[in-house]
Design a binder for this molecule. Structure first.
Ligand code: NAD
Length: 245
C-alpha cells in the first residue's frame, strides 16, 4: 500500500507508534521512526530487524525547532523526499486542574501540540516542492467528548482537530492531505499508566466490548496514508469501537 514512500513516524518506539512503523514497513514504506532517546530508538530498530523489517531512526528534541529542521534536512539528503509524516508522539494527563503543576501543563502542550506544529512546519516545504504529501495527526476520543480530569490533554487534542481541519484547507492546493485519527482507549503503556478507576468506566461504555489494540489504530493510519484515501482530507477518523466517554 505504501511502496517506496518515505514515512516519518514520531513516538515510533512503542505503543501505537511502533505498531504504525511496523504496518508501514510491512507495506513497503521506507520508514523512519523518531523517539525521545537514542537507546529506545536503537531498541525499536533492533526489534523490528528481528522481524525482518529494516527501518531508520532519529531522536531530535521535538521542542527544539532547529534540531527538527536539522534532522529533516538529514533525512532529505539521505532519502530525497518525505511523503508521509505521522505526528504520533504524545503524553496524557490525569490530575484535577488545581493539583496540576504548571510545568506539567507546559509539557503536555509542548509535546502534543507545539511539536506537531514544529514538525509540520519543517516538512511542508519539501512536500510543497514534491506537490504531494500526507500529514497524519493523532487526536483522541477525548477530543470529541472531553475528559473529567487532566484537562491539558483533551485541550491539546481539541487543538489537533482544529489544526488538522485548518491545515487541510491551507495545504490542499499544494497536493498535501492532512487528516487525524482519534483513537479510543487503546492497549498501550499510556493506558497502563492511568488509574484503573479512570479506565474501567470507559471500557464499560464501548459497544464493541473491548479496548482497541495498537494495530487497530495503525491500520487506520495505513489507510489514510495510502492512495486509497486520495480524496480524503481534513477528516478526524474516530477509531474507538463507538465508545462514548
Ligand atoms: P505510549 O506512551 O505508549 O507512547 C508514546 C510515544 O511518544 C512513545 O514512543 C514515546 O517515545 C513518545 N514520546 C513521549 N514523550 C516524548 C518526548 N518528550 N519527545 C519525543 N517523543 C516522546 O502512548 P500511545 O498510547 O502509543 O500514544 C500514542 C498517541 O496516541 C499519543 O498521541 C496519544 O495521545 C494517542 N492516543 C492514545 C490513546 C490510548 O488509549 N493509548 C488514546 C487516544 C489517543
Amino acid at each position: 500500500m505504501l511502496n517506496d514512500k518515505i514515512a516519518i513516524i514520531t513516538g515510533g518506539t512503542r505503543g501505537i507508534g511502533l505498531e504504525t512503523v511496523r504496518a508501514f514497513a510491512k507495506n513497503g514504506a521506507k520508514t523512519i521512526l523518531f523517539g525521545s532517546r537514542q537507546e529506545t530508538v536503537d531498541k525499536a530498530i533492533a526489534k523490528l530487524q528481528e522481524e525482518g523489517l529494516e527501518v531508520d531512526g532519529y531522536c531530535p528534541n521535538l521542542n527544539n525547532y532547529s534540531e527538527i529542521e536539522q534532522t529533516i534536512a538529514e533525512i532529505l539528503k539521505k532519502y530525497g523526499r518525505i511523503d508521509i509524516l505521522v505526528n504520533n508522539a504524545g503524553m496524557s494527563a490525569d490530575k484535577p486542574i488545581e493539583n496540576t503543576p504548571p510545568e506539567e501543563i507546559d509539557k503536555v502542550i509542548d509535546l502534543n501540540l507545539r511539536a506537531v506544529l514544529y514538525l509540520t512546519k519543517a516538512v511542508v516545504p519539501a512536500m510543497k516542492q514534491q506537490k504531494s504529501g500526507v500529514i497524519l495527526n493523532t487526536s483522541s476520543m477525548v477530543s470529541i467528548y472531553g475528559q473529567p480530569a487532566g484537562v491539558a490533554y483533551p485541550a491539546t487534542k481539541f487543538a489537533i482537530n482544529g489544526l488538522t481541519k485548518s491545515l487541510a484547507r491551507e495545504l490542499a492546493p499544494a497536493g498535501i492531505r492532512v487528516n487525524a485519527v482519534a483513537p479510543g482507549v487503546t492497549n498501550t503503556d499510556m493506558v497502563a499508566a492511568l488509574p484503573p478507576e479512570m479506565i474501567e468506566p470507559l471500557v464499560n461504555t464501548i459497544p464493541l466490548g473491548r479496548i482497541g489494540e495498537p494495530a487497530d489504530i495503525a491500520n487506520a493510519f495505513l489507510f489514510l496514508a495510502s492512495d486509497l484515501a486520495s480524496y480524503i482530507t481534513g477528516t478526524i477518523l474516530q477509531v474507538d469501537g463507538a465508545a462514548r466517554a
